[in-house]
Design a protein around this ligand. Structure first.
Ligand SMILES: *Cc1c(COP(=O)(O)O)cnc(C)c1O
Length: 409
């Protein structure tokens, strides 16, 4: 069977007559004309059989949705204006007053903030669970739980949970599981089919802002499913909230997608090189990278992302497996937070900036208090955590940059 990355590149689309070019055209519209009143009344905006209004989709956005569904192993996909909107769409579509949502304690921060803000205002409660303890998820599920968020690896602290175990618990309790799949990007593992047996999550939300864009210049998100009923619920909310996306942003993503597997593998290679190098440095107490031995959840990463049965799009990585180009280090506690700020300030190639997945390497220092109190239960470290997003520069140059900044400490 062909790999999804090949199908992604050879994905069918209908070019204008005698103009079969490598990339699909870019269509912009608010208004779409109808031939007559009967056609206007008869058009069903919930299906892709036709076009109704630009907000509900154009040939450009439908093509991108179909390609993303192919990449992630789903059957239907919706585009939204950012990764955070993807998380919000899932919540707004599935939760109502009185419901509860469970979120991993190491989840992407704004997902927790959305739950503590708007969802709480709507009478929807949330609780954090420890994703590294499946029993904790079991203990926190109750009759009001309607949605369980998953993230692999966890934002910032990079623990890799036992996704098959967590989704099996959700399935056994009849609760929808939704994965923030930005890290895996449809490449490190197949979110809808972990091992070829069809077991996976119900929903995959993805910040296309990261690897699908690859440029640090687009904001977009997607929500993908294999389940028609869930897709229809998401589609209705998408429609009612007006979460459409712009054609030019969709064009940039269509341009970047064919190279995603190559870029992802290149980011991965360099990140592992640098993470291993950090592990040999005595300034560093802990390297947090799921593909590096000794990192929390490494065995779970290995089983999901480096198994021969991996059904993921880019699955040619074999034994090596695949991981995003993202890792964190915890500095030895002899270095103060100010020292670590100075380390970050003295980096020249690594730029200070949020987000990841682009060509430029990025660095963010995190507050250790935040780690201990909010992000991860039983966080064992006292030193400051720094997260790196490794770009596409020559890895030797990146290592030299890290070395000169460390030696300045
Ligand atoms: C960046 C990110 C998001 C949000 O994406 P935006 O497009 O910046 O809103 C969500 N989840 C994870 C894990 C992310 O890294």
């Amino acid at each position: 069977m062909r790999k999804p990355i090949t199908d992604l590149i050879h994905h069918p689309y209908q070019p204008p007559a005698h103009f079969a070019a490598p990339q699909p055209g870019v269509h912009r519209a608010s208004t779409v004309f109808f031939a007559d009143v009967a056609a206007m009344r008869g058009r069903d905006w919930k299906t892709k059989a036709g076009y109704t209004y630009g907000l509900h989709g154009t040939p450009t956005t439908f093509t991108l949705e179909e390609r993303l569904a192919t990449l992630e192993g789903g059957t239907a996909c919706l585009l939204v204006p950012s990764g955070l909107t993807a998380l919000a769409l899932v919540a707004f579509a599935l939760l109502k007053t009185g419901d509860e949502v469970l979120i991993p304690n190491n989840a992407y921060g704004p997902n927790k903030a959305l739950a503590a803000g708007e969802l709480a205002n709507f009478g929807i409660t949330h609780r954090l669970y420890d994703p590294m303890e499946p029993d904790d998820l079991v203990a926190k599920l109750n009759a009001r739980t309607r949605l369980v968020w998953l993230e692999a690896a966890g934002s910032v602290t990079m623990e890799f949970p036992d996704l098959p175990a967590l989704t099996a618990i959700c399935r056994a309790h009849g609760v929808v599981s939704a994965l923030d799949n930005t890290w895996g990007a449809g490449l490190a593992f197949n979110p809808f089919d972990f091992d070829g047996s069809g077991q996976g999550v119900d929903i995959s939300a993805h910040a296309l802002t990261k690897y699908p864009s690859g440029g640090g210049d687009v904001l977009m998100g997607s929500v993908t499913t294999r389940d028609d009923r869930l897709h229809n619920a998401l589609k209705l909310t998408h429609m009612r909230m007006g979460f459409g996306v712009g054609a030019n942003d969709a064009e940039l993503l269509l341009r970047s997608l064919p190279s995603i597997a190559l870029r992802y593998a290149a980011h991965d290679r360099s990140a592992r090189t640098l993470a291993r190098w950090f592990a040999s440095r005595d300034e560093i107490a802990q390297v947090l990278h799921p593909a590096i031995e000794g990192s929390p959840g490494h065995a779970h990463w290995r089983r999901l992302c480096a198994a021969p049965s991996s059904a993921a799009a880019g699955g040619e990585a074999g034994e090596q497996g695949l991981a995003a180009g993202l890792f964190s280090v915890v500095f030895d506690e002899r270095f103060s937070a100010d020292d670590v700020d100075r380390f970050c300030d003295s980096l020249k190639l690594f730029r200070l900036g949020y987000s990841w997945g682009g060509p430029v390497s990025l660095v963010v220092p995190y507050d250790v208090g935040l780690m201990r109190d909010a992000a991860v239960s039983r966080w064992p470290h006292r030193g400051t955590l720094v997260r790196f997003s490794v770009g596409l520069e020559a890895v030797e140059d990146l290592q030299d940059d890290l070395e000169q900044a460390l030696s300045g400490l």
